[in-house]
Design a protein around this ligand. Structure first.
Ligand SMILES: *Cc1c(COP(=O)(O)O)cnc(C)c1O
Length: 373
């Protein structure tokens, strides 16, 4: 039996005719840059995320960059984020010339440890970027309270968390900005790279749109130095079609996660591996990844064992950001972030996408049981 980590072909097969017709009609129009298809998607996304507005951009990485640019964050500023996230979160901070300042994580949710973030605040701190890792929201109330009291901008990195909820609120609707990625492996993926920024008001969206188009306020008059961060009409049209199915796909992932939890419990493995913990606060976890923890230095051997049996799995992320060579000059050293460093050595993502069959999950759990016996 083969169990790939992700196979997007069945999802595409179900929507193929509708998507190809839409692509053909855009090709006939030869209108590829921004325009009504992008605006239609932005409106649908803002409604889905229950945010004031949304602006389509080139990628999740650029969504973070453009939010930082719109706030004028740059050289001399510090931005606090989690050390345990995809590189782009910190890369965006460095790309605008600011200094990424890392905080450790909560061992249960893998999201930013708010007390540690608070300890990292200095007079130069301008913003905090909580990451809703693997599809589960960070503990936003204390983060928003901290931001309010210390006058910090909050940019939610919701790239893995579209449709995730925290106390009934949607990811990307709680902070000043939310960054979304439509990289194909995210819960809502396009046919290439794409992203979006959510924000509270149309007025802020207008500013983001200026930055998205080289800081141009009127044709060939530039108020700011922006960039080319425009979402394509083709990607926007594909996303509008797929967005209608997102809740079904995320519900399927949630069901699959529950099934895994039951299988691990039935196999008596709950004490031997760590299954993903739901947060102590009310959340809707959308399981962009289902990550287990394997202690005792056995993770890499298990990964190889599963790969040999045709089970796709992956390590997100093997090295926390404070230890990455490119950030060496920030002075991070081993031992600085003990929780993230431990988790990085134990974590393993298993196949969770909606179209996996129950027998495939049983095979994954049986294989792990065999390895551990
Ligand atoms: C995917 C991702 C990004 C970057 O998105 P791209 O569209 O690949 O640029 C940023 N942050 C997190 C947490 C991500 O998972």
């Amino acid at each position: 039996m083969q169990v790939p980590l992700l196979d997007l072909r069945p999802q595409y097969a179900a929507l193929k005719e509708e998507i190809l017709a839409e692509i053909a009609s855009i090709c006939d129009s030869q209108r590829f840059i921004l325009g009504p298809k992008v605006e239609e998607f932005e409106a649908a996304l803002a409604a889905y995320c229950r945010s004031g507005a949304a602006v389509g951009v080139t990628s999740g990485s650029d969504a973070l960059i453009i939010a930082l640019m719109a706030e004028g964050i740059g050289a001399g500023d510090e931005v606090i984020t989690s050390t345990f996230t995809f590189f782009a979160t910190a890369g965006a901070i460095a790309r605008v010339g600011a200094k990424p300042v890392f905080a450790d994580i909560d061992p249960a949710t893998f999201n930013i440890d708010v007390a540690d973030a608070e300890r990292k605040i200095t007079a130069r701190t301008k913003a905090i970027i909580p990451v809703h890792l693997f599809g589960q929201c960070a503990d936003m109330d204390p983060i928003l309270e901290l931001a309010r009291s210390r006058k910090l901008i909050v940019i939610e990195d919701a790239c893995q968390a579209i449709g995730a909820e925290y106390r009934g609120k949607r990811a990307g609707s709680m902070g000043d900005y939310g960054a979304f990625s439509f990289f194909p492996s995210k819960n809502l993926g396009c046919f290439g790279d794409g992203g979006a920024v959510s924000c509270r008001s149309e007025e802020t969206a207008k500013k983001l749109k200026i930055f998205r188009n080289h800081g141009q306020s009127d044709t060939y008059f530039h108020r700011f130095i922006g960039g080319n961060f425009r979402l394509d009409a083709l990607q926007a049209a594909i996303l509008t079609i797929k967005l209608r199915h997102l809740d079904d796909w995320s519900e399927a992932r949630r069901r699959n996660a529950k099934h895994y939890n039951e299988l691990f419990a039935a196999a008596g493995l709950e004490g031997k591996i760590g299954t993903p913990a739901e947060a102590s606060y009310p959340v809707r976890h959308i399981y962009n990844q289902y990550c287990i923890k394997v202690a005792g230095g056995k993770r890499d051997a298990l990964k190889q064992f599963l790969a040999d049996r045709g089970v796709g799995c992956a390590v997100y992320y093997p090295l926390p950001l404070h230890l990455q060579p490119c950030f060496a000059e920030l002075g991070g050293k081993a031992g600085d972030m003990p929780v993230a460093e431990k988790v990085a050595g134990e974590i393993l993502a298993l196949p969770i996408y909606g179209e996996t069959a129950p027998e495939q999950r049983a095979f994954v759990v049986d294989s792990i049981a065999e390895f551990l016996k």
